[in-house]
Design a protein around this ligand. Structure first.
Ligand code: FAD
Ligand code: NAP
Length: 311
C-alpha cells in the first residue's frame, strides 16, 4: 500500500509531491494523465509568480524546473488517468484506466479545473495568442489597448471591471440583455466609463493572423454583423471543476459545494478523513499558480501529520 496518492500533476500536485517526499514519506505516487505541469503550460508567459521574472519564458519553460525539483526527492510518476477513488475501511482504492487498482493510505486530489470554451470559430486556433480565460494572468498584455470580454455572469463582469483598470476600453459581449451576475456587480460595470456593453449579440468568429487575434466578428439577434478590431478576447462562459474522480453512484465521495468544488478546511482536509484536495478543484480557489502551489504544500503537511497519527 502506498503512503499517498496524488491525483493530478499541475502546480498543486507537483508541490504536494515535493513536500510529501521531502517531508519523509517514502512511497508517494503522482498520477498524471498527461505530462506534468497543468494548465499553466498553455500560457505563453507568466508574470505573476514571485521570483520568476523572465518575459522570454513560456508556461511550459516555467514548469520544466518544477518537474526537476519536485521529482528530486523520490516522488514517483505514473503517466495514468485515475478513473475513481473509493474508501474501503481505513484506506483508499485508486482506480486506474486499464490497470490494476492501487491502495493508498491517503489521497490528495489536485485535478484542477477547465475553463469552458464558447465553441466559437477561431477560438481554439488563437487560444493563448489573443484568446484567454484568465484576466489576472493576461490582462497586462493589453495595457492601454481595447479588449473584448465574452459572457454575462459574475466572472465576466468582475473580470471586465478588473480589465477596465488596465485596458483603454473593454467591450462586454453578451448574448442576452440581462445578466446573470449579481446586481451590485452589474451596477458597477454600468457605471464604468470605459466599459461598453454589446448586448443581444454573439461572437461568430475570432479573426487573426500569424501575430494572433486581430478582431472578432459579432452578430446581433436582429442579424446585424459587425467587426470589432481588438487584439484580445477574454472568454468567461463558465468553468468546469475536474471532480470526476470523486463521483460516486449517488453523489460524491466527499462534500462538494453547489458548483462542484471540493469543500476543504484551512488544512485542505475534505469531509473524508485522509482525503485532501488542493488547487483549482477546491472551494473558493483564486485559480492562480501561486495559490495552487501553496495549497499543495499545506495538503502534503496534513498528509504527513495524518500518517504519523495513524501509524
Ligand atoms: P491544473 O493546473 O488544472 O492541473 C491539474 C492536472 O490534473 C492536469 O495536469 C490534468 O491533466 C490532471 N488531471 C486531471 N484529471 C486527472 C485524472 N483523472 N487523472 C490524472 N490526472 C488528471 N495562473 C497564474 O497564477 N498566472 C498566470 O499567468 C496564469 N496564466 C494562465 C493562462 C492560461 C491559458 C490558463 C488556462 C491558466 C492560467 N493560470 C495562471 C491559472 C493556473 O494555471 C491555474 O490556477 C493552476 O494551474 C491550477 O493548478 P492545479 O494544480 O490546481 O490544476
Ligand atoms: P455562469 O454564471 O455560468 O455564467 C456564464 C455566462 O456565460 C452566462 O452569462 C452565459 O449566458 C454565458 N455563456 C455561456 N455559454 C456561452 C456561450 N457558448 N457563448 C456565449 N455566452 C455564453 O459562469 P461564471 O460567471 O463563471 O460563474 C459561475 C458561478 O460562480 C456562478 O454561480 C457565479 O455566481 C459564481 N461566481 C460568483 C462570484 C462572486 O460571488 N463574486 C464570482 C464569480 C463567479 P446566459 O446568461 O445567457 O446563460
Amino acid at each position: 500500500m502506498i503512503d499517498c496518492a496524488i491525483i493530478g500533476g499541475g502546480p498543486a500536485g507537483l508541490t504536494a509531491g515535493l513536500y510529501a517526499t521531502r517531508g519523509g514519506l517514502k512511497n508517494v505516487v503522482l498520477f498524471e494523465k498527461g505530462m506534468p505541469g497543468g494548465q499553466i503550460t498553455q500560457s505563453s508567459e507568466i508574470e505573476n509568480y514571485p521570483g520568476f521574472f523572465d518575459h522570454s519564458k513560456t508556461g511550459m519553460d516555467f514548469m520544466d524546473t518544477w518537474q526537476k525539483q519536485c521529482f528530486h526527492f523520490g516522488l514517483q510518476h505514473r503517466l495514468e488517468e485515475v478513473k475513481g477513488v473509493r474508501k474501503e475501511g481505513e484506506h483508499f482504492v485508486i482506480e486506474i484506466a486499464g490497470k490494476e487498482a492501487v491502495e493508498a493510505k491517503t489521497v490528495i486530489v489536485c485535478t484542477g479545473s477547465t475553463p469552458k470554451r464558447a465553441g466559437v470559430k477561431g477560438e481554439d486556433q488563437f487560444f493563448g495568442k489573443g484568446v484567454s480565460t484568465c484576466a489576472t494572468c493576461d490582462g497586462f498584455f493589453y495595457k492601454n489597448k481595447e479588449v473584448a470580454v465574452l459572457g454575462g455572469g459574475d466572472t465576466a463582469l468582475e473580470e471586465a471591471y478588473y480589465l477596465s483598470n488596465i485596458c483603454s476600453k473593454v467591450y462586454v459581449v453578451h448574448r442576452r440583455d440581462t445578466f446573470r451576475a449579481a446586481p451590485p456587480t452589474i451596477d458597477r460595470v454600468k457605471r464604468t466609463e470605459n466599459i461598453e456593453l454589446i448586448l443581444n449579440s454573439t461572437v461568430e468568429e475570432v479573426i487573426g493572423d500569424v501575430t494572433g487575434v486581430t478582431g472578432i466578428k459579432l452578430k446581433s439577434t436582429s442579424g446585424e454583423e459587425r467587426i470589432l478590431d481588438v487584439p484580445g478576447i477574454f472568454v468567461f462562459v463558465g468553468n468546469d471543476v475536474n471532480n470526476g474522480v470523486l463521483k460516486e453512484q449517488d453523489g460524491f465521495l466527499c462534500d462538494v459545494n453547489d458548483r462542484g468544488q471540493v469543500v476543504v478546511d484551512l488544512k485542505m482536509r475534505t469531509s473524508v478523513e485522509g482525503l485532501f484536495a488542493a488547487g483549482d478543484i477546491r472551494m473558493d480557489a483564486p485559480k492562480q499558480v501561486v495559490c495552487a502551489a501553496g495549497d499543495g504544500a499545506v495538503a502534503a503537511l496534513g498528509v504527513i501529520s495524518h500518517i504519523q497519527e495513524h501509524s
